[in-house]
Design a protein around this ligand. Structure first.
Ligand SMILES: [Fe+2]
Ligand SMILES: [Fe+2]
Ligand SMILES: [Fe+2]
Length: 424
């Protein structure tokens, strides 16, 4: 595996925004469109490369706090009734990862209206000017109809935006947008796959490389974003990551590999970002369709992470966690000989955590029950028997490590939930 130092921040951010936008056809490419519009407005304003990069990152992540499909769909309406809850949650999440703290503040205020200048502040706090750029870009993006020819929509969109200059939007930004809007290429990129290329070229030239230590921090942010969608999964990835790291140590992985498997644990359920919370949270039995949608998730994890070459070993360890040694898993139906030990560890860690963690509707299983189930799965050659034996032998140690990781995640989860509810 190449050193994780070669990973570009933008590639990771694109993975996140892709995963978030897979949730529904109505929001596909939304984050990218907002990033692209903001970038163009910023370029027309003459902003520096560093500032343009920040706009792209903020645009690519701005709705990260909108956890449910309902929140995502609601945010597509031009006038919103309560837009700030998801913005505050997004802020609270992004702030957890220091390199994104400036972006976090832009996201926090991305629905603040200009109100003839009163929008420079919001509830006594300074609103970054870039939040107004994201706000305008976001509202332009929601006016687009994906199913209609794009150039025919331009006059209607510009009329609507011009009509809100000064009230909803900062007037000089509206003027800048109107200049950009006069060029066809702007709209054509916005509705074509070329948009992605333009964005990553702009950012890639910046070489915002991520070192191994940051990669662990970033993967932790991934785990929060994935897990905090639902109280049912709120601490799951943290538990899996800690258990996987523990098992990897027992299996003789090097220190570096142990960190990598922890990173993989944080990201293994990345594809769950594409599963509506309405399904994850459903208190009753899932119907056939819902069950199928849940089964998409590990496939999405795989395909999304596949785009980052230096993450391929981590991807294999992460995304194959529902494969089983006897070929009964999904989505590839691989068998033991095709499954790296890291993937086998992840499968055991995932089952162990799922059985033992507390959920809102039930307490976690006790030792005897959990071991019994793990044993059954290893007897029928679904899980690696040696790894299960390690867990049986060091049960208490593993369980304490898992619990500790999950309770620290639980505290963060409470903070984020409180941020969403505050000031309503
Ligand atoms: Fe939003
Ligand atoms: Fe948005
Ligand atoms: Fe999973």
């Amino acid at each position: 595996m190449r050193n994780s130092r070669n990973i570009e921040l933008i590639d990771l951010i694109m993975c996140l925004s892709d995963a978030m936008d897979f949730i529904d056809p109505a929001v596909v490419d939304h984050h990218k469109q907002v990033a692209y519009i903001a970038y163009n407005i910023g370029a027309e304003l003459g902003l520096s490369l560093k500032e343009l990069r920040q706009l792209i990152l903020a645009g690519s992540l701005h709705d990260i706090g909108a956890f449910s499909l309902r929140e995502r769909r609601d945010a597509l309406a031009f006038e919103l009734s309560d837009p700030h809850g998801h913005a505050r949650k997004g802020y609270a999440l992004l702030r957890l990862f220091e390199p994104l703290s400036e972006i976090a503040s832009m996201v926090r205020f991305h629905h603040v209206r200009w109100y003839k200048g009163a929008g420079r502040k919001f509830r006594g706090l300074d609103v970054p000017f870039f939040s107004h750029i994201i706000h305008l870009s976001d509202r332009i993006a929601v006016l687009l109809y994906k199913k209609k020819e794009i150039l025919g929509q331009v006059s209607g969109i510009t009329r609507t935006i011009r009509g809100k200059s000064g009230s909803m939007f900062e007037p000089s930004l509206v003027d800048v947008f109107l200049r950009v809007a006069a060029r066809e290429y702007f709209w054509l990129d916005l509705s074509a796959p070329s948009m992605r290329t333009v964005l990553s070229q702009r950012l890639r030239s910046a070489h915002l490389g991520i070192g191994s230590r940051d990669m662990l921090g970033f993967s932790e942010l991934f785990s929060r974003i994935i897990d905090f969608k639902s109280p049912f999964t709120a601490t799951h990835s943290s538990g899996v990551a800690a258990t996987a790291e523990f098992l990897a140590g027992k299996a003789g992985f090097t220190k570096k590999e142990c960190i990598d498997i922890r990173i993989a644990g944080h990201m293994h359920d990345l594809g769950k970002l594409a599963v509506p919370v309405e399904i994850l949270d459903k208190p009753a039995r899932l119907n056939r369709r819902e069950f199928n949608v849940v089964r998409h998730h590990s496939f999405y994890t795989y395909r999304i992470l596949q785009s980052i070459a230096p993450l391929q070993t981590i991807n294999t360890w992460a995304a194959l966690h529902h494969e089983r040694l006897d070929g009964t898993g999904y989505p590839f139906h691989l068998k033991k000989r095709d499954l790296p030990l890291g993937s086998q560890i992840m499968a055991v860690a995932d089952v162990f955590t799922a059985l033992t963690e507390d959920r809102p509707y039930r307490a976690g299983m006790k030792q005897s029950g959990a071991i019994k189930l793990l044993d059954t799965m290893s007897f029928r050659s679904a899980l690696n028997g040696e790894l299960v034996a390690e867990l049986r032998q060091h049960y208490e140690e593993a369980d304490v490590i898992r619990r500790r990781a999950q309770s620290s995640a639980r505290m963060k989860y409470r903070d984020i939930a409180a941020a969403g509810a505050e000031g309503r």
